[in-house]
Design a protein around this ligand. Structure first.
Ligand SMILES: Nc1ncnc2c1ncn2[C@@H]1O[C@H](COP(=O)(O)OP(=O)(O)OP(=O)(O)O)[C@@H](O)[C@H]1O
Length: 320
């Protein structure tokens, strides 16, 4: 497989208040060339640290990483022009228009002026290029940040939680932009702790927890292996139906007036109910999603819990 990014046994610890905190422990990851790759994991699972190591912003304790076949950070200068990243919110001048802001950046990095309109077009901001940055919505600001990373026409784009803080419309805008970059042959590596957001746009994903790889591959394969097929059942007496299904060995969950039942064979559910004189008036297959696959993968590890998040959110005072 041709890969854009590969890490092997990458490890990073931070010294925090006198104790060592392992942020990334033996992470081996492959990001295929071209398309959108979701880098998923709960808060504090090591995504930002991994990205920072790829960009030479943090140094690994051990293990190796490469971008387009060049070892990083040692050979970063050879690939840096092929990589665009948003790790923190970039700074733009509020009083300047989007076009002028990009023009200044293009000048600073030696990108041709014509590139400004191309990247505005690519992020669907062309009509707003003459508007001041200060008047932009959060979604537009984030797309302008993406536009800035495109100025040097990189082959690999790395976005760390790019939809953080956006409303649903903003999320859709950023998602559409990533999708179109991926389909143009660029490699987009996008981290997120919100699985549903990435599921709609990613071709492949890596799911990490506590700094190690839990699952990696095509979204369909991960769903196939770990997702749970469920059906939503509508029936006149859900209370009785719940009991009947429980007696028949299912584990139904109430969802309002409906029941949610994990079942490979939906006919077995209708049969069990009909056998007790209960007739199903609605039966809808609930597609396995990344969220349920993720929960299945992390079930034994206590990941994603509030306590885990709290632990992950604190203690960023060590040096990288
Ligand atoms: N500079 C730092 N000093 C000390 N500890 C740090 C530092 N940066 C990260 N950590 C710790 O390393 C672990 C991994 O953090 P990291 O930010 O890489 O995770 P993440 O998956 O990106 O999480 P989030 O989604 O919250 O950004 C966490 O426990 C975090 O507290």
């Amino acid at each position: 497989m041709d890969v854009a990014v590969r890490t092997v046994n990458l490890r990073k610890t931070y010294l925090s208040r006198g104790s060592r905190r392992v942020a990334v422990q033996g992470l081996s990851m492959s990001v295929p060339l071209g398309g959108v790759h979701g880098f998923l994991g709960p808060n504090g699972s090591g995504k930002t640290t991994t990205i920072r190591m790829l960009l030479g912003l943090a140094r690994a304790d051990s293990g190796s990483a490469e971008v387009f076949g060049h070892e990083v950070p040692a050979r970063l200068p050879q690939v840096v022009d092929r990589v665009g990243a948003i790790v923190e919110s970039p700074k733009f001048f509020p009083a300047f228009t989007a076009r002028r802001n990009l023009g200044l950046l293009a000048g600073a990095i030696g990108a041709p002026r014509a590139r400004v309109d191309e990247v505005l077009e690519a992020t669907h901001l062309r009509d707003r290029g003459g508007d001041r940055y200060a008047g932009f919505s959060l979604g537009m600001k984030q797309r302008l940040a993406i536009a800035a990373t495109l100025l040097k026409d990189p082959d690999l784009l790395i976005f760390d939680e790019p939809t953080n803080g956006l409303d649903p419309a903003g999320i859709r805008e950023v998602r559409d932009t990533m999708r179109s970059l991926g389909s143009q042959g660029k490699t987009v590596l996008v981290s997120s702790h919100i699985l549903a957001e990435v599921e709609q746009v990613a071709d492949t994903v890596s799911i990490i927890g506590h700094g190690t790889m839990l699952a990696e591959g095509r979204v369909e394969d991960i769903l196939g292996g770990n997702g749970v097929a469920r059906v939503r059942v509508g029936v006149a007496s859900p209370d009785r139906a719940e009991q009947v299904l429980r007696d028949a060995g299912f584990d139904p969950a109430r969802e309002g007036q409906h029941l949610l039942v994990a079942a490979e064979d939906p006919a077995a559910v209708t049969r069990a109910l009909a056998g007790q004189g209960l007739y199903v008036d609605e039966l809808v297959a609930v597609r396995p999603d990344l969220e349920s696959a993720f929960l299945a993968l992390t079930a034994d590890e206590g990941l994603g819990s509030e306590a885990d998040r709290a632990a992950g959110a604190g203690g960023r005072d060590g040096a990288s």
